[in-house]
Ligand binder design. Structure first.
Ligand code: ARG
Length: 251
């Protein structure tokens, strides 16, 4: 009996602490005229990439349009993809916009805006490869960008050896050099990477369908609401479609 009481009390304390923590957390959201800081990994054309001294791309323009709606300026911080969630949660950045797929696992650590586009995971192989679909990946050497959903899917493939690279293009280069058998990565960057390498092709079979959204710190309801309102408005008035069409030409 005594033991039970103690554990019940413990439970209550943990619950209270969690609630207190969520409620009192002091999010430093930008005020009018200040900068909305966006964490990204600018090695993911056409969503975010370097063009001369600038970081450009679909996510940058969408974030810019959101910032404008909120009366803010946009500041882009480039980092490794697997640092973005920590940057958002620590307050180093206000939002994460990086072709980031909404996953159950990530939802434990961050909140996501409404989705702004869909994407697929595809498989890239050498032109003469005997890999024709996901089923042939078993036991193969698969290259991925560290911490991405491609990384997660590849890790589930039976007997596969997963090689993690900091950049998707590094994985694609390793494939072109023959040091790995395939790359699992998002469809639009896949097209860009393949066009910059020799002798590679994208398989038709889609590995997974995903939704991209903007991450904000877990529990930052105020910013999430602001971002969603701005995002919904620029989706409704065609701005988002215009931005996507500017970077992705329909096949
Ligand atoms: N959509 C994938 C994910 O969320 C890959 C995103 C990679 N983005 C980037 N900017 N490198 O895991």
């Amino acid at each position: 009996m005594k033991k039970r009481m103690v554990s019940l009390m413990l439970c209550a304390c943990v619950a209270l602490a969690a609630a207190g923590c969520g409620g009192s957390k002091n999010f430093k959201n930008p005020s009018r005229g200040e900068a909305l800081i966006m964490a990204t990994n600018a090695a993911f054309e056409p969503y975010e990439y370097h063009e001369g001294d600038e970081i450009v791309g679909i996510d940058v323009e969408i974030a810019q349009a959101i910032a404008e709606k909120l009366g803010l300026t946009l500041q882009v911080e480039d980092m490794e993809f697997d640092s973005i969630i920590a940057a958002v949660n620590s307050g180093k950045a206000h939002i994460g916009a990086a072709g980031m797929t909404v996953t159950e696992d990530r939802l434990k650590n961050v909140d996501f805006s409404d989705p702004y586009t869909t994407a697929t995971q595809v498989i890239i192989v050498q032109e003469g490869s005997d890999i024709t679909g996901a089923d042939d990946l078993a036991g193969k050497k698969i290259g991925v960008q560290l911490g991405t959903t491609g990384d997660i899917y590849a890790s589930d493939v039976e007997g596969a050896e997963v090689e993690q690279y900091n950049k998707g293009m590094d994985a694609v280069q390793a494939l072109a050099n023959g040091s790995i058998d395939a790359v699992v990565i998002d469809n639009e960057p896949a097209k860009q990477f393949v066009s910059k390498a020799e002798g590679l092709k994208i398989l038709e079979e889609e590995f997974a369908v995903e939704e991209y959204a903007i991450a904000v710190a877990k529990g930052n309801a105020e910013l999430l609401d602001d971002v969603n309102k701005a995002l919904d408005a620029i989706i409704a008035d065609g701005t988002v479609k215009g931005i996507i069409d500017k970077y992705i030409t329909a096949e």
